[in-house]
Design a protein around this ligand. Structure first.
Ligand code: NAP
Length: 255
């Protein structure tokens, strides 16, 4: 790699990515492996497909099965990560769920399920890694996956909007406290990407058309589309970037 591009390399780093079995998480895992990182994927189901993609690139992948709706899973995640690699350098808080429902009908159970994964786990998993990084003074990178609904209200997804708005706020709040420890906390706000998360939306012909009409790039995004931003924010090239949410949205927010 030319010297001026080596700042984008993840060679020798270890990254832990949540929600690694599919969609954007799988795309990020594969891209990190291609950029030289050892990858630990956390998921509630097997990450076999992700593992196969990484092994075919000659990379290293370790799977941790955990239910991220419960913060009691954190000690096990830390322990398994530590037994695989001496240090995790990059944390990507990608796992997330969405529940579509009129605001008037949202149940407390559904509200909690979205907030627990999308917001509470993001905070406490970040806290767990940051404590280690503060203790060993070697810094680290946290990349949170935000959303267009970190900026906008959305339609029939109030718990999701609340959680993703919180993700952007937390990204700033944690950066303010941890930048001095060389911990970069940033976020990526994907636009409308073709994954399981948007399956229902894409099956609704009218909503799908409305969305597509509004995307200046004229197409839904793919997991590959966010990999450049994910590598950049995890790399030395982003050393002085703190608390920023980078939209990868085909121009959606520019409209
Ligand atoms: P996805 O294919 O549904 O991926 C979500 C991931 O989170 C899956 O790996 C899922 O595992 C995992 N997950 C959900 N609940 C979990 C739990 N309790 N424990 C462990 N893992 C759990 O959708 P995606 O689009 O790739 O979503 C990734 C992130 O991007 C999410 O935070 C989402 O909100 C965000 N995002 C997506 C879009 C978009 O347009 N697609 C836009 C903005 C933001 P399972 O497969 O087992 O459910």
């Amino acid at each position: 790699m030319p010297q001026n591009l080596s700042m984008f390399s993840l060679e020798g780093k270890t990254a832990l990515v949540t929600g690694a079995n599919t969609g954007l998480g799988q795309g990020i895992c594969t891209a990190y492996a291609a950029a030289g990182a050892n990858v630990i994927g956390v998921a509630r189901r097997s990450c076999q497909e992700t593992a196969e993609k990484i092994v075919s690139l000659g990379g290293n992948f370790t799977e941790i099965i955990a239910d991220l709706s419960d913060i009691n899973a954190i000690p096990l995640i830390l322990q398994k990560a530590e037994s695989a690699y001496s240090r995790v350098d990059i944390l990507v808080n990608n796992a997330g769920i969405i529940k579509r429902c009129d605001a008037a009908d949202v149940s407390m159970e559904d509200w909690d399920s979205v907030i627990n994964i999308n917001e509470k786990m993001v905070f406490f998993l970040s806290q767990a890694f940051a404590k280690n990084w503060i203790a060993d003074s070697k810094g680290g990178k946290i990349i949170n996956i935000a959303s267009m609904l970190s900026y906008q209200g959305g339609i029939r997804v109030p718990s999701y909007t609340a959680s993703k708005s919180a993700v952007m706020g937390l990204t700033r709040a944690l950066a303010n406290e941890w930048a001095k420890y060389n911990i970069n906390v940033n976020a990526i706000a994907p636009g409308y990407m073709a994954t399981n998360n948007t399956q229902n939306l894409r099956s609704d012909e009218q909503r799908s058309e409305e969305i597509l009409d509004r995307i200046p790039a004229g197409r839904w995004g793919t997991p590959e589309d966010i990999t450049g931003a994910a590598i950049f924010l995890a790399s030395d090239a982003a050393a002085y970037i703190h608390g920023f949410t980078l939209a990868v949205d085909g121009g959606w927010l520019a409209r």
